[in-house]
Design a protein around this ligand. Structure first.
Ligand SMILES: [Fe+2]
Ligand SMILES: [Fe+2]
Length: 305
């Protein structure tokens, strides 16, 4: 294996007062990233399940270790994004409402598509997270020089680890699925389904965030144009990796065929930097997250009983 990921317990302690305008590009850009944050708790649970369903069939000891670290990393990302999303709720943004709907949708999708397509969907969406992570790591303008440092660190940490574990789900697929016509088709089909569901939802979540924030009123034209420039213009967060995206459909695709492992040399010093800042934990937010999660666990248990 090219890279074996490592689980790191990082606590970001975001600056709650900047939740609606942390990005130097303004509220509309801030809400684009905020909308992406809503996807992580439910989405990363699907990724963990996708890989966990097959982990007992993995025999390669290095890959076994990578699978454990993959699950550990995604669980910690979710923990931090739960706090991020809670802050949005407290600021009047509909993060929890959208998150609830997403949990329901993904549960239906996972049940309907089965284990194999769930793993294939995980590979497809991990390709998207790898592409977005590379955009964050390769161009400082994406997060903005003068944006709030706590959010910049949150997204940078997530981008490093998404890069570090980008091949794990794919390597599991390669080890447990026979290489035949049907499985090659399923892997590609999953990307088509994932794309058709993910991007319309991103646009919808973004719109909901923007419309829920009174500070965006009267600024929609310039605001959406700034987001558009970031995605398709000079920065080209989505324009530049179009070729990488289509590589997914090639027979010899592997996530490390786009080798950006050089960035990984900086992870440990970056994590040290985050820890050195010792931002104060937001106890009110932590308490609200705990209450919300225990309530949803009780509802889930009651529906099973
Ligand atoms: Fe993640
Ligand atoms: Fe991931």
């Amino acid at each position: 294996m090219k890279v074996v990921p490592v689980r790191r317990d990082v606590k970001l302690n975001l600056n709650e007062s900047r939740i609606k305008d942390w990005h130097e590009g303004g509220a509309h850009v801030t809400h684009f990233f905020n909308a992406l944050s809503v996807f992580f708790p439910a989405g990363e649970r699907m990724f963990m399940d996708g890989v966990r369903n097959y982990k007992d069939q993995v025999k390669n000891p290095e890959l076994k270790k990578a699978v454990a670290a993959f699950i550990g990393q995604e669980a910690l990302h979710s923990r931090e994004h739960e706090e991020y999303n809670e802050m949005m709720d407290r600021a009047g943004l509909p993060a929890t409402k959208l998150d609830k709907g997403l949990w329901k949708l993904l549960a239906v999708i996972q049940k309907g598509l089965g284990k194999k397509l769930t793993l294939a969907g995980t590979i497809a969406l991990e390709h998207y997270t790898a592409i977005l992570a590379n955009a964050v790591l390769s161009d400082k303008r994406v997060l903005g020089d003068n944006s709030d440092i706590s959010y910049k660190q949150m997204w940078t940490w997530h981008a490093y680890e998404e890069t570090e574990h980008k091949a794990v789900a794919y390597d599991v697929w390669n080890e447990v699925m026979p290489d035949n016509l049907q499985n090659r088709f399923v892997r590609r089909l999953a990307m088509v389904i994932a794309t058709a569901i993910f991007w319309p939802l991103v646009m919808y979540f973004h719109l909901r965030m923007v419309l829920a924030d009174p500070n965006t009123k009267g600024k929609h034209i310039t605001g959406f144009m700034t987001v558009n420039r970031m995605l398709w213009g000079d920065m080209g967060v989505l324009r530049k990796p179009i070729g990488e995206f289509f590589d997914y459909f090639k027979a010899d695709f592997h996530p490390w065929m786009h080798d950006n492992s050089d960035y990984l040399a900086n992870i440990d010093s970056f994590v040290e930097e985050v820890n050195k800042l010792e931002r104060t934990p937001n106890e009110a937010v932590k308490k609200a997250v705990r209450a919300r999660l225990s309530k949803s666990a009780t509802v889930a248990a009651a529906s099973v009983a």
